[in-house]
Design a protein around this ligand. Sequence first.
Ligand code: PGA
Length: 251
Amino acid sequence: MRKNIVAGNWKMNTTVPEGVELAKAVVAKSTEVPADVKLIIATPYTHLCPVAEVVKGSAVSLSAENCADKEKGAYTGEVAANMLVSAGCEYTILGHSERRQYYGETDAKLVEKTRLALANGLKVILCVGENLEEREAGKHFDVCKTQTESVLYQFTAEDMKNIVIAYEPVWAIGTGKTATAEQAEEIHAFIRKVVADKFGAGVADDMTILYGGSCKPSNAKELFAQPDIDGGLIGGAALKADDFIQIALSF
Ligand code: PGA
């Protein structure tokens, strides 16, 4: 049985004190959320250690938003997977479209990042999704297939237990334009099939696939009601504890 997950992606928002307050508010309200919904917050690197203290002993897990494609050494400004683990992370997001778009993240780099994350005991939230131009050209299935295969097919069925996929259509991120539940569901079902083609139906059935892109309390219920949508990766709405928890109560 796959897990339902609601993960907050804070991106480059909040100072450390503000982030600690937000985490405290999420932890305080997390008791309202049924135990079968996993809550994750992904914070900037600077916030990880203090937020790890806040979430300790609660139902909220900590994630980074990225990690290095190198193990250690002379890579100024990078943060390695084992450092994230030592800071208290259980997860890292990888391949977010903002990293692909603004920081030259390629599928090849994502294979290395995923390899290092898994080798160090982190679980990975791998983001895939097409941009507006690709959607309008009818290439959304191809783009999601390529991004999913390029990374996942380098790993084993056993590794899949530690990977979550987030389908985030780039045109829906931070724009207020949500994919309709039908648009999201057809891609989720398709991605699950891409996983099944390589690893079998059992592995695909167990894979959590999140939707991301302007997911908010007002649309989460309809999205999460779809058979292949197992929760959300939440940007803007994760910056308000009430909204984030409301989304987690939408299953
Ligand atoms: P959004 O961001 O909810 O603000 O659209 C989602 C994401 O990029 O993870």
